[in-house]
Design a protein around this ligand. Structure first.
Ligand SMILES: Cc1ncc(COP(=O)(O)O)c(C=O)c1O
Length: 491
């Protein structure tokens, strides 16, 4: 008798008990997160627990779960905490966690448009367009996050605007060097995309920003004219709808005008800022977004969904499909793809709109969350964060030793401790030291950046758990640690 193996448990009841415990533990964690201190990197004993030789014989589910609880769970993931505004890190939510569990349990390999999962995918894309007022006729695909969303859109832009068939002939055969333009507040993932797409990071023009950290339109026009004069091919303009450092919004309408005049592709990186469209007070900041040829937007940041989910929207569905469709459809996929051609909308088949072939059904969590909570609730949460950014700004402005280092355009607040009498270099050292001390007291409460050469602390408020008193605490802590850092600087 052959003894065949499986990964199913021998004792289903034992697994059920462990599963229920895991679920209870994680629900408790979400409930109690306010009281659980955030810790940074794991200490040596935790590292010793994590970094072990690959076990030849399994250690068992129970034991591995204990390693997770003991040495992984307590470290990192500060972003779930109410006093976390560092980087642009989304909070997640208890129901989001449960929906993500269903995704793993369902274990679908795809979102073909004829399947239930494909219907869910396309429904979510339609809802995203509706929430940010992007034209209904556009297509789109859910991807892993903002970087992939930008990459996907820029791949379409490159292929659509190249003067040759890049898909067949490759970027090395374009007759003129292709150039791309973005404000200097653009996210570094754009540079990575341009490099990976073979355009070359040296052909990405970082256009200076004005005193409000928005792209300087005059400088942009000059750069395009200069490149044209040198025989290059300016083909793509990238607008920032919420720069990562300061939350500034470019003048998207002015950029759309230039793009249309210059016959360039207009892409907008709206990774987190696009959601201002859901607010009452700031929705007009993103005016002109609807004119973009493509948009990148995230759901795991300011929509508080579990990582990783972002979305690329593209108006020209055929250009999008043509960029990613298999040139020579694999034989083993032929029947499946033929079925889509007969019964579905090929231009809305996510398997032909982004890099991965297998897809982990990212749309399920978005679908369940949007249906469970509704558009209005999300609108109120976005508005709450925008109001909190102003509240934090007002608290900081009322402190004589603290100054804002950038205007508060949306949900990002940049500031520095400046007790007076210090040079710019000393202020940079002081605030650098302050950022490190703050991280020790409250890991990732704020992160830091440089705004026009001034070292700044920075809060990006994409947190549905924050309350006004959390900002009161933050300012009190900055003041205390700032004073201490000032004394240390003088030693
Ligand atoms: C404006 C902007 N674009 C793109 C990204 C990259 O997104 P992701 O981290 O989801 O890949 C970020 C991340 O913070 C961002 O703020």
């Amino acid at each position: 008798m052959v003894s065949e193996e499986t990964l199913d448990p021998k004792d289903w009841e034992e697994l059920r008990r462990l599963g229920h415990r895991m679920l209870d533990d994680m629900i408790d964690r979400h409930r109690d997160i306010r009281e659980i201190p955030a810790q940074g990197s794991p200490p040596p004993e935790a590292l010793g627990d994590i970094c072990v030789p690959l076990p030849s014989k399994g250690e068992g589910e129970e034991r591995v779960y204990r390693v997770f609880q003991r040495s992984i769970l307590p470290y990192g993931a500060a972003n779930s905490r109410p006093r976390s505004w560092g980087l642009v890190a989304g909070t997640g939510s208890p129901f989001g966690m449960l929906a993500a569990m269903l995704t793993a349990g369902y274990n679908s390999y795809g979102e073909s448009p004829t399947s239930a999962s494909g219907r869910v995918h396309n429904q979510v894309v339609d809802w995203i367009k509706e929430m940010i007022d992007y034209p209904e006729e556009a297509g789109g695909v859910l991807v892993s996050g903002g970087s992939e969303a930008n990459f996907t859109a820029l791949a379409v832009a490159r292929n659509a605007r190249a003067e040759i068939d890049v898909k067949t002939n490759g970027i090395q055969n374009v007759p003129r060097t292709m150039t791309v333009y973005v404000g200097d507040g653009g996210h570094h993932c754009l540079e990575r995309s341009v490099e990976l797409l073979g355009i070359g990071g040296g052909n990405l023009r970082w256009i200076p920003s004005d005193s409000d950290c928005r792209i300087d339109i005059g400088e942009l026009k000059k750069a395009i004219a200069n490149d044209r004069g040198q025989g290059r091919h300016p083909f793509c303009l990238i607008g920032n709808a919420g720069t990562v450092d300061t939350g500034a919004f470019d003048d998207l309408n002015a950029m759309a005008d230039i793009a249309s005049r210059e016959k360039m592709w207009f892409h907008v990186d709206a990774a987190f800022g696009g959601w201002v469209r859901m607010s009452k007070s700031h929705r007009r900041l993103a005016d002109g977004l609807e004119r973009a040829d493509s948009v990148a937007i995230d759901l795991h940041k300011w929509m508080y969904m579990p990582y990783g989910i972002g979305c690329t929207l593209v108006k020209d569905k055929l250009a999008h499909y043509s960029t990613f469709v298999y040139g020579h459809e694999a034989k083993y996929l032929k029947t499946a793809f033929d079925r889509v051609k007969e019964q579905g909308d090929v231009l809305r088949n996510p398997h032909n709109l982004a890099l991965p072939l297998s897809r982990e059904f990212p749309s399920l969590k978005a679908y369940m969350l949007l249906r469970a909570h509704g558009k209005e609730k999300y609108g109120r949460l976005i508005q709450q964060n925008l109001d909190q950014a102003n509240y934090l700004g007002d608290l900081l402005k009322s402190e004589p030793d603290i100054e804002l280092t950038a205007p508060i355009a949306s949900n990002v607040v940049c500031f520095r401790y400046n007790p007076g009498g210090l040079s710019e270099d000393e202020l940079n050292s002081l605030n650098n030291a302050l950022a490190k001390e703050l991280d020790k007291v409250n890991y990732r409460m704020f992160s830091d950046t440089s705004v026009k050469g001034r070292w700044s602390l920075r809060g990006a408020i994409v947190n549905h758990r924050s309350r006004h008193d959390d900002f009161d605490y933050a300012v009190k802590t900055v003041k205390e640690l700032g004073r201490k850092a000032r004394i240390d600087l003088e030693k």
